[in-house]
Design a protein around this ligand. Structure first.
Ligand code: SF4
Length: 379
């Protein structure tokens, strides 16, 4: 398949790995955070860690939308379903995320709640048109990639004068999360970021510049195929060797400095920055998420149903928080693969198709390399 097969060629991967081996300084370590769960899965699935020199450490980041959604937000979605009796339209992964009191959206559905899995926001609008006597709420989650379709649904609903459609908006932003990771008191030591390509096709590469310059870290925006990740790793190693910060793009096939202006403008019209938002693992992160713009307040589920927000701590045994901060890896969790499995997830990182625990479970990247052990013990 065009743009897929040629980025999975083993012979080319081995060539890039050899090139990287020649670039690295054996006297130092390279701590690179793959921000996005899509990268984590590519790394695990294609065994990229095994191709890299042992002094390159790839660290999972918080870029998995289902993983970073805190329990309180899932509780609110369940409240919409069971107490307000809405039809909740959502993407599939959110159904299995554990909420308070051993609940989940799956269980809410089993108790009679009307939760429908959809594949696009137009499905949610269609369901609203087909059910004029019911309130229909779209559970909007995700990074900048999935925000424009939610924005278009808001715009369409307003144009059509829909009275029974609203959005429970939980969209989050990538650059503020990077900034938060770097500025936290217990921040993991990082030398650079592999940045997300899908997010960057929307926002462009420019919005990362401020973080990269302030913290003097290189960011390389990379695609999700194995050769993309390897090439980005080579670019980061060269940046680090030369003491370069700033932003580069490996995924030149779709990312521009300014991004997709049409998509950005529809988001700016329909949404606005929240002062703060809770992320699982990162806590409250300033200016890191979007709310519905006042011009679209009629379509804001939080206002329409007066939804309160309650912080709920994670399960005591679950290490998702530390994993999302890059401080631990799934194999550090005592219940990984024992009590917590994809069939019986205890935390969100095992639920999502982009979650780090799910990646480690499915692709067997369970064993720490000697370098990873030494870095953690020395930290
Ligand atoms: S294995 Fe399960 S319980 Fe442990 S950190 Fe991952 S999701 Fe949480």
């Amino acid at each position: 398949m065009k743009y897929v097969d040629e980025f999975r060629r083993g012979d080319v991967a081995r060539g890039i790995a050899k090139h990287i081996a020649g670039l690295v300084d054996p006297a130092r370590e390279y701590r690179l955070m793959e921000f996005c769960g899509g990268h984590t899965h590519a790394i695990a699935r294609y065994g990229l860690t095994g191709l890299l020199p042992s002094n390159i450490r790839l660290i999972h980041g918080p870029g998995c939308p289902v993983c970073v959604l805190p329990i309180g937000r899932i509780d609110s979605a369940i409240e919409l379903v069971l107490q307000h009796q809405v039809i909740l339209c959502t993407y599939g992964d959110t159904l299995r995320v554990p909420a308070s009191n051993r609940m989940s959206l799956y269980k809410a559905r089993a108790e009679g709640g009307d939760v429908r899995v959809i594949y696009s926001t137009s499905d949610a609008l269609r369901i609203a048109r087909e059910n004029p006597d019911r309130q229909v709420v779209f559970f909007g989650i995700g990074f900048e990639t999935t925000t424009p379709p939610t924005a278009m649904a808001l715009k369409t609903a307003k144009t059509e004068g829909q009275k029974n459609f609203s959005v429970f908006c939980n969209h989050v932003l990538t650059p503020p999360a990077m900034q938060h990771l770097l500025s936290a008191g217990d921040a993991v030591e990082l030398d650079g970021f592999i940045g997300p390509s899908h997010v960057s096709t929307v926002i462009g590469s420019d919005p990362y510049q401020a973080v990269a310059k302030q913290y003097r870290k290189p960011v390389v925006i990379a695609g999700f195929e194995p050769l993309d990740v390897l090439q980005a790793t080579a670019m980061l190693v060269e940046d680090i060797n030369h003491g370069r910060d700033g932003v580069s793009t490996q995924f030149t096939r779709a990312v521009t400095p300014e991004g997709n202006q049409k998509a950005r403008s529809v988001v700016m019209e329909t949404m606005m920055l929240r002062d703060t938002f809770e992320w699982r693992g990162l806590g409250q992160v300033p200016h890191s998420a979007l709310a519905i713009h006042p011009d679209y307040a009629d379509f804001d589920a939080e206002q329409r149903f007066a939804l309160p927000y309650r912080h709920v701590p994670d399960h005591k045994a679950c290490e998702c928080g530390a994993i999302l901060r890059g401080q631990k890896q799934p194999s550090d969790c005592k219940v990984f693969g024992i009590v917590c499995t994809p069939d019986n997830p205890l935390g969100s990182c095992m639920v999502s198709s982009e979650g780090a625990c799910a990646a480690h479970y499915h692709y067997g990247r369970f064993v720490k390399s000697p370098t990873q052990t030494s870095v953690e013990e020395g930290a």
